[in-house]
Design a binder for this molecule. Structure first.
Ligand code: CP
Ligand code: NVA
Length: 307
């Protein structure tokens, strides 16, 4: 069976644990190496990854390109606009053509259903590099980062403050699979996806949703923020107004554990969802988090190719 990586909830707890463990191991093994040097096992030797972007990206784009090189493979990158996909060629036809030319496809898409359609029609692994609904690669890097600084994520309390968006939805999936408590503080209008909440409830995950940021961060091991206006969101002014009480600032961080970490997937908007003092302060681990996108995605690619 072709191994797609579309959402955290599609994989078992064991598979996900193995991927994160592999990410930890791969990072340790190449400390101090030049970034272009391939890992000794090079599990993607002779493999080509296609990357398609319907939205902007810095981290996902560069980390996947670096990742496939470090695994011994190569990348071909295109925006959807430069492809016939951008002129209306069906995504199923795109999947069938690319399946004859490359060994895996990573896509950042506007609509989650398009990634599902791509995967259904593709005979090579498809990886979700962010959609309107989820961002599973980000969450693996975040878990790797938390574990590097604080040990096993299982049993920890993570607090998400702000928009119940794509990244938040993937954290909900992860709470079930990795066994941590997730407290989400968001305005009523911007709650996480209902399907993600149903999944969490059926999996008996510990996910709490509140409108009170102080309640969410109380005693938390990790506090997380993301932009108030995601790519594709059109209600910019309404959002800026609704999210004002949800800024992660020094006063809010004081409600968390005194050694709580701060995470942000980036790009950040300093002075909006987070203050300079927090994101550039001693509790912030955002640069490790950004770096870990490479290591986590290498583990995802290796998992896909091992299928
Ligand atoms: N965090 C993240 O996915 O960043 P990019 O949008 O730059 O890829
Ligand atoms: N929620 C953000 C994440 C960016 C990496 C967005 O979708 O724009």
């Amino acid at each position: 069976m072709t191994r797609h990586f579309l959402d955290i909830c599609d994989l078992s707890a064991e598979e996900l644990r193995a991927i994160v463990d592999d990410a930890h191991a791969r990072k340790k093994l190449r400390q101090g190496w030049p970034k272009g040097q391939a890992d000794a096992d090079a599990p993607a030797r002779n493999r080509v990854l296609a990357m398609i972007f319907e939205k902007n990206s810095t981290r996902t784009r560069f980390s996947f390109d670096a990742a496939i090189r470090q695994l011994g493979g190569q990348a071909i990158i295109s925006t959807a606009l430069d492809m016939q996909l951008g002129r209306g060629e069906p995504i199923e036809d795109t999947a069938k053509v690319l399946s004859r030319m490359v060994d895996a496809i990573m896509i950042r898409a506007n609509r989650h259903e398009d990634v599902d359609r791509l995967a259904k029609a593709s005979s090579v692994p498809v990886i979700n590099g962010l959609t309107n609904m989820s961002h599973p690669c980000q969450i693996l890097a975040d878990i790797q980062t938390i574990e590097e600084h604080r040990g096993a994520v299982e049993g920890k309390t993570l607090a998400w403050v702000g928009d119940g968006n794509n990244v938040c939805n993937s954290f909900i999936h992860a709470a079930a699979r990795f066994g941590f408590t997730l407290n989400i503080a968001c305005p009523d209008r911007y709650k996480p996806d209902m399907n993600a909440m149903v999944f969490a409830s059926e999996a008996r995950a510990k996910v709490l949703v509140t409108s009170d940021p102080r309640e969410a961060v109380k005693g938390a091991d990790v506090v997380m923020a993301d932009t108030w206006v995601s790519m594709g969101d059109l209600d910019h002014d309404e959002r800026l107004e609704a999210f004002q009480p949800y800024q992660v600032n020094e006063a809010l961080m004081k409600e968390a554990r005194s050694d709580a970490l701060f995470l942000h997937c980036l790009p950040a908007h300093r002075g909006e969802e987070v203050t300079d003092g927090v994101i550039d302060g001693p509790q912030s681990v955002i640069w490790d988090e950004a770096e870990n996108r490479i290591h986590a995605q290498k583990a995802v690619l290796a998992w896909c190719f091992a299928g």
